[in-house]
Design a protein around this ligand. Structure first.
Ligand SMILES: Nc1nc2c(ncn2[C@@H]2O[C@H](COP(=O)(O)OP(=O)(O)OP(=O)(O)O)[C@@H](O)[C@H]2O)c(=O)[nH]1
Length: 371
């Protein structure tokens, strides 16, 4: 049975944000599996040239794990390409004869959600769609292990260990921005931490979220669909309340809003949105066939351990196996599995802080080549 969640005649849209590898795609896979007949259109945005998360959904073995429409935006972070990519995509979805019941948008792990929420005030979208809620997914293991600093003390320790973090830590600032915009915080990867660690994280993030925002735990983003959808937040109407405390303005070189400045009357200060994409870089690297899954895992773990590397994902060939192996790495954890139909087998995406040592990364990834 199809449940239409339309709010005041508008189509609800849910924004799923959160840092690299927090579990956004995993949560959305679960959501699609449990969609209960809703026609969900999915917009996936990734940092870097290779759209990989779309293929993760393609590769889902359960036939019910499919969106009504999947649109991948790979031209950069959605917060900087709102006019060029996001709005035309929305207009395309809305122009369909049968528009979706719900729209889910997965931002890149490096995107600021605020400029995206603001786009829902644009005339072509505002009359038809409302932001049902912003879901911020957090990696509890990364927080517990100090890979993302939870408090000033941890941040000072990070700065002391890494001289390049002399001023603002770009990961830290994204973290605060993504939390400040949330209608729901999902403390994901609860299976990797204990109850005390969860309580500690919860205590620290409470001051970053708006009052009344629910913080819930999850494993593999597995939550009832009614918790995720149907929050009726109308986030576009209270954007001013959704800014992180650290905000300051600086120039950036994207020209995304120019064409539409006359179309709406929002606070133009927001257009100079504070972001740090220049602090990150992404590369698609070819990898040779590996002798075994274990070799692949070891090679990726070696690359992940190199300075500045934050995330690796992709698909590699394994000698003697017809299907390519997918690989997913966040922090010290590397997952691999075989999946037919993977996109661009023999390539991985490496995302990290600006200044990555590509030759060391290539060497680490190459060391375990088939003998
Ligand atoms: N142990 C554990 N692993 C998880 C959980 N949720 C996600 N993962 C794993 O974490 C990795 C990253 O998950 P994704 O869902 O791809 O994360 P993402 O936020 O979409 O990543 P990006 O799109 O790169 O920002 C994958 O290997 C997942 O299997 C969880 O609750 N527990």
């Amino acid at each position: 049975m199809t449940t239409v969640l339309s709010q005041g005649g508008k189509i609800p849209a849910t924004i799923v944000t959160g840092f690299l590898g927090a579990g956004k795609t995993t949560l959305i896979r679960n959501l699609l599996l449990n969609a209960g007949g809703r026609r969900i259109a999915l917009i996936v945005n990734e940092f870097g040239d290779m759209g990989f998360d779309g293929s993760l959904l393609d590769g889902c073995v359960d036939p019910s794990c499919s969106a009504d429409d999947v649109v991948e935006l790979t031209n950069g972070c959605i917060c900087c390409t709102v006019a060029d990519d996001f709005l035309p995509t929305m207009e395309m979805l809305l122009a369909r004869e049968t528009p979706p019941d719900h729209i889910v948008i997965e931002t890149s792990g490096l995107a600021l959600p605020q400029p995206l929420v603001r786009a829902f005030s644009w005339p072509s979208v505002k009359t038809r769609v409302t932001v049902d809620g912003v879901i911020t997914v957090l990696d509890a293991a990364a927080l517990a292990e100090g890979r993302i600093a939870l408090d000033e003390e941890a941040l000072e320790a990070q700065r002391a260990a890494d001289a390049s973090l002399d001023h603002d830590n770009p990961v830290e600032e994204l973290f605060h921005d993504q939390l400040a915009c949330a209608d729901l915080v999902v403390l994901n990867k609860a299976d990797l931490v204990d109850a005390d660690q969860l309580a500690h994280i919860r205590e620290h993030i409470t001051e970053d979220v708006r009052s009344g925002v629910e913080i819930i735990h999850a494993e593999k983003g597995n939550l009832p669909v009614d918790v995720l959808l149907g929050r009726s937040a109308a986030a576009e109407d209270d954007l001013a309340a959704r800014r992180a405390h650290h905000h300051h303005h600086h120039d950036h070189d994207d020209d995304h809003d120019h064409d539409h400045d006359d179309d709406h009357d929002h606070d133009h200060d927001d257009d100079d949105h504070d972001h740090h994409h220049d602090d990150f870089e992404s590369h698609v690297l070819p990898v040779a066939a590996f002798a075994s899954l274990k070799d692949l895992e070891q090679a990726v773990a070696r690359a992940m351990a190199l300075p500045g590397v934050l995330r690796i994902k992709g698909a590699a060939s394994v000698t003697g196996k017809a299907a390519p192996a997918l690989v997913q790495a966040v922090g010290p954890r590397v997952e691999t599995w075989f999946a037919a139909g993977a996109r661009m087998p023999g390539h991985v995406v490496v995302i990290g802080l600006k200044g990555l040592d590509l030759s060391s990364i290539t060497e680490a990834l190459g060391k375990a080549k088939a003998a």
